[in-house]
Design a protein around this ligand. Structure first.
Ligand SMILES: [Mg+2]
Length: 378
């Protein structure tokens, strides 16, 4: 089999309401921006995946990609990983392209990718991953609504300038949902976006103070308390609290995770297959983590295709416990998060997400909708 052509779209799907992501202070998001790749082969099988798009950053990469990949065998994944490593030098995260190869391989084999890569489980416990900062009483109301919808786990953001206000929001949610619902928290300190407004900056002592305060609130994990390559700080923090420390969603490739794991930085690593290395590298990273008794719960907050890709690794590896389900109504909901799919990914009545079990990534792309909301750049 050989790749015969590649199409690449930059899409902006309108949101149902403006969304204010706490990780980009001062930025009001009105669309879900995605770069979507469609790979064609001589056997008539197509593959797709998506990354995140803001403005015109993908144009040069897409042209390079076509020159690199047309004529190659999509089953030669390790060869394509090498090509994508070299494409990184132009400054974008190319790994979603590798996932499109697995979409082709799965379809050629008539199997979902997770069954080809290990087949560990058919469904995974979801946590509703919220993104906006609200006053404690509003967070408590939202959490109660999420529990009423079936969620058994909820993630909150810690991004207020005074972390005692973050703690008040967590406490209000704990009181609202009781002790049986899991609460995770995410400080998003690993990659700090300084473009629109100032943001809170934690150091090791701040992170330790927050972690110790959270211990008594029964929080399942504290995510990204420090910069993504502060290996010494993360290791010291993890050794100083009983709270689980999570992170790694934007770390990249084997070398970053070798350091994070061998230096004992995290209890839970979260490489997103579309950001951190594709499915094959993330499978290797998951195996490294397994050897260190570390959990691998990938980040998924991009879009429906990216989430489907990460669901396939969740279904494949033994050391996954939770699925991030990005959901923060009214701005961020499955219908617009997954706008490029024919059907959104959903949570069942017990709060679990089924791993899509159709061939490849197991989801269908609505190409008419992609064309209606996007510009084809190659
Ligand atoms: Mg996160």
């Amino acid at each position: 089999m050989v790749i015969t052509d590649i199409h690449c779209y930059v899409c902006h799907f309108p949101l149902t309401a403006p969304f204010r992501p706490s990780w980009i202070p001062g930025y009001e998001q009105t669309t879900n921006g995605a770069v979507i790749i469609r790979v064609f082969t001589d056997e008539g099988i197509e593959g797709a995946c998506a990354g995140v798009a803001f403005a015109g950053e993908w144009k040069g990469f897409a042209e390079l990609l076509k020159a690199f990949l047309v004529g190659r065998d999509p089953f030669r994944v390790e060869d394509i990983v090498g090509i994508l490593r070299s494409a990184k030098v132009i400054g974008v995260r190319p790994w979603f392209v590798e996932v499109a190869m697995w979409d082709i391989i799965g379809k050629a084999c008539g199997q979902p990718v997770y069954r080809l890569l290990g087949g560990a489980r058919d469904r995974v416990k979801a946590y509703a991953s919220t993104g906006e900062l609200r006053p404690p009483d509003e967070m408590a109301r939202l959490a109660q609504m999420l529990v009423d919808e079936g969620f058994q786990a909820i993630k909150l953001r810690l991004r207020r300038f005074d972390y005692r206000e973050d703690l008040a929001a967590v406490e209000a949610v704990r009181i609202a949902v009781g002790d049986d619902v899991e609460i995770m928290v995410d400080a998003n300190q690993a990659w700090r976006i300084h473009g629109f407004m100032d943001y809170p900056r934690w150091d090791l002592k701040t992170a330790l103070s927050v972690a110790r305060a959270l211990e008594s609130l029964g929080v399942s994990w504290l995510e990204e308390p420090l910069p993504m390559r502060d290996f010494d700080g993360l290791s010291l923090l993890r050794g100083s609290t009983s709270l689980r420390i999570a992170g790694g969603e934007l770390n990249d490739d084997m070398d970053d995770f070798r350091e994070l794991l061998s230096r004992g930085c995290y209890d839970i690593i979260q490489p997103d297959v579309t950001f951190s290395g594709g499915l094959s590298l993330c499978k290797k990273i998951a195996s490294m983590a397994e050897a260190y008794n570390v959990v691998y719960n990938p980040h998924t907050w991009t879009n429906g295709l990216g989430m489907a890709a990460n669901l396939q690794i969740m279904g494949a590896v033994p050391n996954c416990t939770h699925c991030e389900f990005p959901y923060d109504p009214p701005g961020w909901v499955p219908e617009t998060r997954d706008a490029m799919l024919t059907e959104p990914l959903v949570v069942d009545g017990e709060g679990y997400v089924k791993i899509p079990d159709g061939p490849g990534l197991g989801v269908a792309v609505d190409w008419e909708k992609v064309e209606a909301h996007g510009e084809r750049i190659i």
